[in-house]
Structure formats: structure tokens, C-alpha cells
Ligand binder design. Sequence first.
Ligand code: ADP
Length: 601
Amino acid sequence: MFKSIRIKMITIYFLLIFIAMVIVGVFIIQQFESYHLDVERNNIVQVSNSVSATLQNMDWEEQQDEAQETIGFYERVGMEIYIVEKDSDFKIVASTNPAHRDQNAAHILEPELILGAFNGEDVEKDMISSGQQSVRSKNMAFPLYDETSRISGVIYVRRDLGDIYQTLDQSRVILVRSTAVALMITIVLGYFIAASITGPIRDVTTKASKMAGGDFDQVVEVKSNDEIGQLAGMFNYLTARLKTSLQEISNEKQKLDAILTYMADGVVATSMEGTLVHINPRALSMLSLDRKGSQEMAFDQLFGCAKPSLCLDDFQGDPSGWSGSEVLEMRDGTKIRASYAPYRNEKEEMEGIIFLLQDITEHEKLESMRKEFVANVSHELKTPLTTIKSYTETMMEGGVDDSEMQQQFLGVIDSETDRMARLVRDLLQLSNMDFQQTKWEQQPINLLELTHKTLITMEHTMKAKDQQLVYQPPEEPVMTRGDEDAIEQVILNILSNAIKYTPEEGEIRVYLQKENQTAALTIQDNGMGIPSQDLPRVFERFYRVDKARSREQGGTGLGLSIAQQIMEAHGGTLHLYSREDKGTRVIMRFPLYQQENQGVT
Ligand code: ADP
């Protein structure tokens, strides 16, 4: 109930006013009472002085009536006066109440006071007579002296205080009523004062709770410049600041999320206890996890404890030893490099471990290709070098006298040197193409003429093997665009392969035709063909189905890769279909160049 400031304030106001009114009331009533009692006492003293002055020299026996008359006068002032004679055993000589005359004072009046006065003292006592109605009275007794200054009697005055106490009671009632009215006014005023304070606070509280729910469009009305107004102003300022800060944080988070979502590497963050804090989509796919399943995943399940250093137990103790990297071989054959390091919060406390996952499968593949390539080049160069060296040494040692033999030896040295030169030329050409340093001419090429020219070049070789050429040239020229020498090299490579790998008396067919927007040049032989398991690799550098035979035929193992790269550089394609012992068909497709529409390839 006292949770509300409004109730508290009203209660405090109420209690303050109540206590103040009670204190003031009690004080006023007391002052009022003592004032009236003082007044009455003074009256009584005055009356007793005047009675005493009148009765001082009276002889009670003789002048009793006269004394009675004197006293009777005071009945009108509301006092009971008794004259008690000392010598006649406390007899009341005169009284404002004539019925009490000549009676024994001890039965009517307070003996204690009478005795006190007889002893020469002025005594007084407030009394409450108990009867049907309790009556308060002030009783005072004074000694009465005769001319010899002897105490001859006592003047006993009793004043009924009922009227005074009635007035006091009425005053009390008035005070209680005015207190009640004041308290009611206090409650009403307190309600409005408290409302003027609690209203804005309530408003701020409601709006703050809405803000806690994520709605930052809250503005509190500033009605005054006092503390409450300042609070409202500060609230509005804080809301605006919070809104901008949250906006900035959310923008940053969105940026970070976008980076993490679309980055090519996987990112995984875990807490110190090993629970997953963040995992980006790339990491999920790398680790073959789904988002839902990964949420409850324990640390050691993440990498399956694939490496001892990637188990949670290893991330204990000194964090300086927590960073490093491991290569993981996944079940699907991919290789992942997991680099890890601890991360800290803004208080520099250790928060967890962050992993960066990089798919290095392709990188590893390239690396092994590079190594294989270097090994191949070395091997290809070493073979002719060894031959040249051994032939030269034999000749230098004078082991060959016969000039015919010498010619034969020199012929071998020459052909091996040619082979090395071819190899170096082919490698240079490939390297230039790799580094895109080859400058391609852009000129229209008549494929009909070029095919014809190539066939004439190779005619002699074909004839030497008794191979039959089947070629039905198209009637119209077929045009493409590019570097004529390069395209000629492609056709030559393919045609020479067909001749090389087709036995004597074999058949070589050549077709040239337009296909949609391409010019297709097909060279087909019925030679030895390529086993299906070797087919996917024939375009690789140095890959040869039968190394000995290829080398025997003068091949470098680079012809098809050079041809393929030239075709790609010209926007064309190269397809090879082959069946072992049946033959091979190679289709070169070039973009068609239409002369009437100059510039369009
Ligand atoms: P090479 O200089 O050895 O001919 P290529 O790159 O031109 O190198 O060819 C790669 C390999 O593909 C050859 O060694 C050969 O085994 C095979 N090959 C290419 N063309 C043919 C073909 N027409 N018939 C059979 N095998 C072929």
C-alpha cells in the first residue's frame, strides 16, 4: 500500500498536520485552563481580602447576621463563602448558603484546608465532588485575623469551575472539528500536490518501461523548470542519446553480421565454458552442421576433437599458449585450416576462443600441382640432357671413329636439343599466358583457309604414315576473330596429336561447319584413343597417357593445355571425346565473326 509516493506523501502530510494540531490544541487548552484558573484564584483572593477586611473587627456572636449579609453579597459572583469560627469547634458562622449556617464545617468543607488556614497559611485545593454529576471546584482557605492579629477564623471560598470546564470542553470540540477539517483539506491538497509530483514520475516510468520493450519513440512532456521538469528533460535527452547509440550499435552489428555472413572464411566463437557463441554460415557449411543442431553443440563436438589441441581441455590455464593453427581433414575430403586465439572483453578478461576456418583444399591441390609441375619440368629437361651428355662424352672420349656413327650421334644430340627447345618454348608460352602477358592480335581469321594451310603443313607427315585424310571443305568461308598464329597452333597441336596417336594407314577426318553462333572445327581419328580413366586429365600439363610413346613421338605433354588456354583466351571451347582403341574426336568451337556486321564477334 505504501509503495505509492502519493499515499506516502498524503500520509506524511496527514500525520504532520495531525501532530501539529494535537500539540497546538493541547497547548492552547492547557494555557486556556491555567489562565482561567489563575483568574479565578485572583478573584477568590480579592474576594477573600475584601471579606477579610470587612469582617476583621467583627464579633461573631453579636454581628453574625451582619457578617451573613456581607457574605451574601458575594453569592452573586458565583462563589460559595464560608466563615468558620475557630473557637467554637469549626462552626460555620456565616455562609452564602444560609442552610449551612451554624453547622460543623468539618462535615461540609475540606477539613484539611480549614486546618491549614488555622495554621496561618493560605491553602487551596481543586476538588471533584463525586455525585450524580462530577463537579470540579476550586477550594481556598485563608486565615482571618482579629485586631490582635490572632487567627480568629477562616474564610473558606469554593468556586464551582463547571462553567470553565464546560467552556474548555467546547473549545476542545471546536479544536477537534477544526483539526478534522484541516486534515480533510490536507488530504485533498496532499492528493493534488502528490499528483503534481507523481504524475510526471509515473509518466517517465511508463515511458521507460515502453523503452525497455524496445520502443524508443518516447517523449515526456516538460511542464515546468523545477526538478521534475529537469528530470523529464533529462529523460528526453537520454532517450534521444540511447536511440542514436542503439541505432549506431545496430548498424555496426548489421555490418558485422553482413561481413560474417558473406565472408569466405568460417568464423566460430565459443565461450570459456565451451558453449557456442557465434558461428557464421560459412563455418556451418565447412563443418557440415545445420544452425539448429549447432546451437546445443558442445565444444568438443565442433571439431570432433579431431586434433588434441582442439579439445576444450587444452584451453585451460595460461591463455598465452592458446593461439595456433591446425589443419583438419574433413570426412568429405576437404582440408580446413583452423586458426585460433583467445578473445577478451572490454575489461581485458578472457571471454572465449575464436576460430577462423579456411578451406585450403584448393590451395593444397594447387600446391601439389605446383610441386608435380616442377618435378615434371625437371624430369622432362633431365631426360634429353642425360642423352646429350652421354652422347657428347662418348664422342669426346674418341669412342666413335666412324663418321657415319658420328653423324648418327650428332643427329640424336640435335633432336634432343630440339626437344628441349620445344619444351622451353611451350613452357614460356604457357607462362606468358598464365601471367596474361601474351598480346593477342584481333584480326578476322578465315578458318577455311587456315585449316587448309595446316593440312598442307601436315600432309607430308600424314603421307609418311600412309594415313588417309577425309576432308570436305565448306563452300563458304567460315570466319572467326583473333590471333591467327595462335589459332593455327591450336589446329596444328590437335592435328599432330591425331597423326601421332593413329597408327599407319589410319584415317583422319576433318570437318568445318557453322553451328549457331560458332564455327566448329572437328578433327577425328581412328587411332589408339584414350582410356576413360585418363580422359579427365589429358588437359593437365605434362599429363600423358603413355609417357614413353609420347616422348618417342616428340611430344612434351603440353600441347593440349596450350591449345585449351588459347581457345579460352579467344572465347572458344575445346572438347575431347575418345574411346580406347576406337579413336578420338576433338571439337574446337570458335565464336563466329560476321563480316557484314563488323566488330561483332
Ligand atoms: P603430347 O605432347 O604428349 O602429345 P598433349 O598435351 O598434346 O601432349 O596430349 C596429352 C596426351 O593426350 C598425350 O600424351 C596422349 O596420350 C593423349 N592424346 C592427345 N591426343 C590424342 C589422340 N588424338 N589420340 C590418342 N591420345 C591422344
